[in-house]
Design a protein around this ligand. Structure first.
Ligand SMILES: [Zn+2]
Length: 119
């Protein structure tokens, strides 16, 4: 499943960026997912749950998925338009455009940690 491998790559990214002690305190992962990235938030949540249960990783950590709309920038007039229903046209001058400036993202936007335990 596409989403499970995504969750694994997110996990690998976090394990590279943070120490094991820091990851013990991880509470929340915030993702930003563009509408063109073919990621279904519900499936991503399910995959995250499966990895939590199956691999014992990220116990108690929540995953938040923010969907980003598709934005195009018109080559003619420079106007930025949000794309609805996959009609790739400029909202200002109506010219067709496929100059996507947002919508392909799949980013770890933010991670949150609980306070360190007193030593
Ligand atoms: Zn335009």
């Amino acid at each position: 499943m596409h989403e499970v491998s995504l969750v694994r790559s997110i996990a690998a990214t976090l394990e590279e960026a943070f120490s094991a002690e820091e990851l013990m305190r991880l509470t929340n992962i915030k993702l930003r997912v563009g509408l063109l990235s073919n990621v279904e938030p519900v499936l991503l949540q399910n995959a995250f749950g499966a990895v939590q249960e199956g691999e014992g990783k990220f116990a108690g950590v929540t995953l938040a998925v923010e969907l980003l709309p598709i934005l195009v920038e018109c080559e003619i007039c420079g106007h930025r338009s949000q794309i609805d229903n996959y009609k790739f046209a400029c909202a200002h001058c109506s010219r067709p455009t496929s100059n996507v400036v947002q919508g392909n993202e799949l980013l770890i936007h933010q991670v949150e940690f609980s306070d360190p335990l007193p030593t």
